[in-house]
Design a protein around this ligand. Structure first.
Ligand code: ADP
Ligand code: MG
Length: 372
């Protein structure tokens, strides 16, 4: 946004002098102007050198009416001046943000998880709910979606000394199903389990135990109650600023994401657009702030090949909004979950229980197994 305030200054200057000078073949001129442009950007803290990439290239091309080659030239000069690598003249490498597959692999290894407290479920999820991704949790009413949401809001706070993230949670409640009494119950159980975990340093263990209080768990959950879709969109739009100011937030849970959109809409095209926009914002947040985003959703029955299948509410138009989709379902009288959609997880299912202590494994092993 700031960039818009800044550009008139920068490019008014350009319109008079810059473009005519650019026509000159004198690299010195280009260099001086580019460097000036660069420095104003930097001092205005609009773009740092490392971010000066595809956007700068497109902006330069469009804003100052130069060809792609000229924009490329200008950036190369600027990069050279800033000591950045300009060896490869290809546009691909020009995009300073470009990454190699190796970078991606290294990044993947550092992705953090939030455990669900059900070891089997964590196993099929690859260690728990992934940060930097949007995970949709679907299921019929009463199956345990809100319970899982609350459990995650607690588990994200597990201190780092116990292998957790020591983070905070945002809970956007559209249905009014977030019950503080239940949060207290699950937090108390989590604290008990953590105290049961062994730690090599006894004194440190005592210190850490003293720090575990239910009150702290409660004050680390930021709760937003939204009563209609307008409030929901406003809350999501506000999240960027909120998370910027609360850097410890490591999970954003929306329970449920489609509730108001199912109730209040007749214009289906508008509904799809609004939901799509909201999903995109949440995806950006997940990546920008290293957050896990959990979108709780209802499911409906879909007939497929003569049999009934569970499908997330609002159909497939919504399906691109999440990276992974976990469906909770009844398997007879027992609860199970399966990976319905993921670009990297195998489709698999795992049984889970809901007890007074929260979500846990069938055969409830009370110890917590943290992701490696
Ligand atoms: P959903 O959000 O999918 O509609 P919930 O997450 O609200 O469903 O799950 C409600 C179910 O969780 C209840 O039907 C009950 O089986 C279980 N549950 C809730 N609280 C407790 C508790 N204190 N002890 C045991 N089970 C509980
Ligand atoms: Mg619910």
């Amino acid at each position: 946004m700031m960039i818009n305030h800044f550009f008139p200054f920068c490019f008014n200057f350009r319109k008079t002098v810059y473009s005519s000078l650019l026509k000159s073949s004198d690299v010195g001129f280009k260099f001086t102007l580019t460097y000036c442009y660069w420095d104003v950007c930097e001092t205005s803290r609009l773009e740092t050198a490392s971010k000066f990439s595809i956007r700068s290239y497109t902006l330069l091309t469009g804003e100052i009416n130069v060809s792609h080659e000229e924009a490329l030239d200008i950036l190369k000069v600027a990069w050279h001046r800033k000591g950045m690598d300009v060896k490869s003249p290809q546009i691909g490498s020009l995009l300073a943000g470009a990454k190699t597959a190796w970078d991606l692999l290294c990044e993947e290894k550092t992705v953090k998880h939030i455990i669900t407290s059900c070891a089997d479920l964590d196993l099929i999820l690859g260690g728990g709910i992934n940060c930097k991704e949007v995970t949709e949790v679907g299921g019929v009413p009463g199956i345990g979606k809100t319970q899982l949401g609350i459990q995650l809001a607690i588990n994200v706070q597990i201190p780092k000394v116990y292998g957790g993230l020591g983070g905070q949670a945002v809970y956007i409640d559209t249905e009014g199903s977030f019950m503080v009494e239940r949060v207290i119950q699950i937090a108390e159980a989590c604290i008990q389990r953590l105290k049961g975990m062994s730690c090599s340093n006894v004194r440190k263990e005592e210190e850490d135990h003293r720090k575990l209080h239910v009150d702290d768990f409660l004050s680390n959950i930021f709760y937003f109650r939204v009563c209609n879709y307008t409030e929901q969109i406003a809350a999501v739009n506000h999240m960027d600023k909120f998370v910027e100011e609360h850097k410890e937030v490591k999970i954003i849970i929306v329970d449920s994401v489609t509730f108001h959109f199912r109730q209040e809409f007749e214009d289906l095209a508008l509904r799809t657009r609004l939901l799509g926009g909201m999903a995109q914002k949440l995806m950006k947040l997940a990546v920008k702030y290293d957050n896990a985003v959990v979108l709780i959703n209802q499911v409906t029955m879909k007939v497929s090949g003569g049999s009934f299948q569970l499908a997330p509410a609002l159909g497939e138009t919504w399906s691109h909004a999440c990276t992974n989709r976990l469906i909770l379902y009844w398997n007879g009288n027992s609860r199970s979950a399966y990976i319905d959609k993921s670009p990297y997880l195998q489709s698999a299912s795992a049984p889970f229980l809901i007890t007074p202590e929260g979500i846990c494994n069938v055969g409830c092993n009370k110890s917590i197994k943290m992701p490696q």
